[in-house]
Ligand binder design. Structure first.
Ligand SMILES: Nc1ncnc2c1ncn2[C@@H]1O[C@H](COP(=O)(O)OP(=O)(O)O)[C@@H](O)[C@H]1O
Ligand SMILES: O=P(O)(O)OC[C@H](O)CO
Length: 538
């Protein structure tokens, strides 16, 4: 008789914690990433695209409930993967939130339901609101920098206060709720926090200093809502969340797989990337290239007011009693988004993997310059009437030249910002830390280094934004954690150095400036009298 065989099942894999989770709710996608605590090691993650709704030209909205549902799906998906690789969800010690900034949600205090779709940061329906607000500035000054001493920002459709004012003026359900005291406002961090911690039943209504610094309603010195700013925008204080530091206990998750786990950090995504890149000392800077591109320069505890078109913003405040660190920011609204446009509107590419291949088949852009000012130009121009232009087309121009010119457009916009930073801070940057979706593209990073004449250092991991939120969250629960300590054991960052001459670089930059001139004020430019009559009569 055969002896019975004993079937041995392999023991399940084990992976010990502690772990830290980070929600990164970006403009194009949401993700939940689980890190090994205190390191940049990603254990697993789950990512889902979020749909934008374009109802009218220049408008961009998202469904607030879809944002919450997507984040919950990402959390569930990543936790499932954690278990699959042998980890335990109970070993997630805390989580952090990082988010697309300025995007504005208004909801009802009683039902917890949104009153309107979220107005996304790059929506420019509020151009006329800015015009109306400019009219109210004393002495007919019409100065976009009027509020800068208070909030560090110029008047622009970009910021939440302007979007809220538009909602008050144009959506009766919002203005009525504001009058009755039943409206609640939040940027995406606040909306997520409220829902994750229990919604209408017990959800906390809080934001952090970095997100609040993008509303135009927070005083950049006191870090509190400012009565004069609220009066200027005609908004009631009752709608506003409590402002907290970027690293402290906010509340606990009310239900789902992470029920009971605390949320201990909140940072706007660009500030989170500053932390994730460990730009934690004055004089360090990073650029994140995603939908838009955002360059932040750490100015330490001092507030530097830009006179060259940059924003003054809170970089981070890592604890209730911690000293806040500030940053100068150069914001570019269209970076990777220009490639989405080449794909969806122009059919020039099918996917982002093709960008580098196509652009590499030509030696240069054949003197083509593309200013993708689809919704105006942000820093340093702040010209809401600028529109996109492609200059220098010839019979020889091919799709490849246009794809390459699109990469160069992002690089030139970063040069615009670095020139402003140099003027504001006097010290030129020696190197630039880079991260974000576009930085997988090697040719792009070489062009960036060439066109600015600076060494570019690629981040070790692509998810520096989520990492920054995870670091700030862990700091709130683990006293011994040193954020400045080396995160990665995998050697130094990859450095990309300039390979063209200064003369070549400057000539190309002059051409870029000529293209910028053609793009500025396009929307409000009038035809000369004779031509206008001919046009009207046609
Ligand atoms: N290889 C590439 N070359 C250039 N751009 C790219 C490449 N891969 C992705 N992108 C761009 O990067 C953006 C996505 O980056 P990501 O950091 O995920 O954005 P976000 O945080 O804004 O959601 C998209 O706009 C996409 O067009
Ligand atoms: O979605 P991203 O990464 O392009 O970031 C959006 C910014 O926070 C807008 O200010």
């Amino acid at each position: 008789m055969d002896s019975p065989t004993t079937e041995t099942t392999p023991p399940p894999p084990t992976l010990s914690g502690p772990f830290v989770g980070a929600i990164d709710e970006g403009t194009t996608s949401a993700r939940f990433i689980i890190f090994r605590a205190g390191t940049d090691e990603i254990v697993c993650f789950h990512q889902i695209e979020v749909e934008s709704i374009f109802q009218k030209e220049g408008w961009c909205e998202q469904d607030p409930m879809a944002i919450v549902n997507t984040v919950n799906e990402c959390i569930a998906g990543a936790c499932k993967k954690l278990v699959a690789v042998g980890g335990k969800v109970e070993e997630i010690v805390t989580i952090g939130i990082t988010n697309q900034r300025e995007s504005t949600v208004v909801w009802d205090r009683n039902s917890g339901q949104p009153l309107v779709n979220a107005i996304i940061w790059l929506d420019n329906r509020t151009t006329s609101t800015v015009e109306e607000l400019l009219e109210t500035i004393p002495n007919n000054a019409r100065n976009i920098n009027y509020l800068r001493p208070l909030c560090g920002l110029p008047l622009s459709p970009y910021f939440s206060g302007v979007k809220l004012r538009w909602l008050r003026d144009n959506v009766p359900v919002v203005s009525q709720a504001m009058e009755k005291g039943t409206a609640m406002f939040g940027t995406i961090d606040t909306w997520l926090m409220y829902n994750l911690t229990g919604g209408k039943d017990c959800g906390v209504h809080k934001t952090d200093v970095t997100n609040a610094s993008r509303t135009m309603l927070m005083n950049i010195e006191t870090l509190q809502w400012d009565a004069n700013l609220l009066k200027f925008f005609g908004l009631p204080k009752t709608i506003l969340p409590e402002i907290c530091s970027s690293s402290e206990f906010y509340g606990s998750i009310a239900q789902g797989v992470l029920q009971g786990i605390g949320i201990t950090s909140v940072l706007g995504d660009q500030q989170a990337a500053l932390v994730g890149q460990q730009c934690l000392a004055k004089g360090q800077a990073k650029a994140t290239y995603g939908t838009g591109c955002f360059l932040l320069y750490n100015t330490g505890p001092s507030i530097v007011h830009s006179t060259h078109g940059l924003l003054t913003t809170v970089g981070y405040q890592l604890g209730r009693k911690a000293v806040p660190f500030y940053a100068l920011e150069g914001s570019v609204s269209i970076a990777g988004a220009a490639f989405n446009w080449l794909r969806d509107n122009m059919n020039l590419i099918q996917n982002s993997g093709q960008i580098e291949t196509m652009a590499s088949t030509v030696d240069n852009s054949l003197d083509v310059y593309f200013v993708p000012a689809f919704n105006g130009l942000y820093a340093p121009y702040w010209n809401q009437d600028a529109r996109g232009v492609i200059c220098g087309l010839s019979e020889e121009t091919t799709s490849e030249h246009i794809v390459r010119a699109t990469l160069e457009a992002v690089c030139f916009q970063v040069r615009d910002i670095l020139d402003s930073m140099h003027k504001d801070c006097k010290i030129p940057l020696a190197k630039l830390m880079v991260d974000g979706g576009m930085t997988v593209n090697n040719l792009f990073l070489q062009l960036q280094s060439d066109l600015v004449g600076i060494q570019v250092l690629r981040a070790k991991i692509a998810e520096t934004t989520a990492l920054g939120a995870a670091m700030a969250a862990y700091k709130a629960v683990e006293n011994r954690y040193q954020m400045e300590a080396p995160l990665s054991k995998s050697g130094p960052r990859e450095a990309i150095k300039p390979s063209i001459s200064a003369t070549d670089r400057n000539l190309r930059y002059q051409k870029w400036k000529m293209a910028i001139d053609r793009s500025l004020n396009w929307e409000t430019s009038t035809l000369p009298q004779g031509e206008r009559e001919a046009f009207d009569g046609a």
